[in-house]
Ligand binder design. Sequence first.
Ligand SMILES: Cc1cc2nc3c(=O)[nH]c(=O)nc-3n(C[C@H](O)[C@H](O)[C@H](O)COP(=O)(O)O)c2cc1C
Length: 240
Amino acid sequence: MIKNKLVQLTEHCSWDTEEESLSLKSCYVKLTVSQKYLLGLLVQNLNRPVHSIDIFNEVNHLPSKEYNLKSVRNLVSSLRKNVPTLNIINVYGGYYMLRKDNSSPNVEFKDDLYEILDQSINPTIITNPNEFDNHIIYANKAFIELFEYTFEEVVGQNCRFLHRDDTEQLALDEIRNAIYEKKSITVNLHNYTHSGGLIYNEVAVSPIFDKKTGKIKYYLGVYKDVTTIQRLMQHFKERL
Ligand SMILES: Cc1cc2nc3c(=O)[nH]c(=O)nc-3n(C[C@H](O)[C@H](O)[C@H](O)COP(=O)(O)O)c2cc1C
């Protein structure tokens, strides 16, 4: 028996098991009675192969008028045709399996992504290279705390405001080249807080591509505060 009345089959496809229709994005797909029984059996055995004989036994007793069951294969292909988004695969010849697509994160995880970024201890920003001057569109709490700015003060600015007049840094050329070559890079640079304090940062800059168009959609910047270790190294160098 299927315990839940509403079963999420794929990201955009849910099934109210008491209904003979599937909800697919914003439309409904009508199932035949045999298809409903077949789907119920496949859902009960999600990610596990079901033998053709078990499918036949499941539907054979049905006084179904709209579907004359000649073969299990025909029934499976009719369900596949009716709901192409379902991932029903043929295993070892005589078995069928409904595979839940684990490659796409579930809806709840996607909704939580913002919270995950915001509560991360790594200062993180996202910039938009398709808007004016590749400006910051998001900064997490750890970034705001590290640099002592408010969210409103950093959003809309290019990250260069962080280095102030400290322009003679090799790392800035390295970032410029990486942006030009559309590559990710990790650099060490000097940044400054709102009150003027020097921060030694290790910054990982990654272009985020739109998989469909291949164009860069965002840049992700993840910061590490390496001030303490840099100061210690300088201290030891001076004593040598
Ligand atoms: C995601 C990301 C993070 C960046 N972080 C910094 C940073 O922390 N400090 C900084 O001076 N520049 C940073 N930059 C680089 C500047 O935005 C800019 O590319 C750099 O100053 C060189 O370009 P410019 O000659 O236009 O100033 C970052 C760029 C990106 C895309």
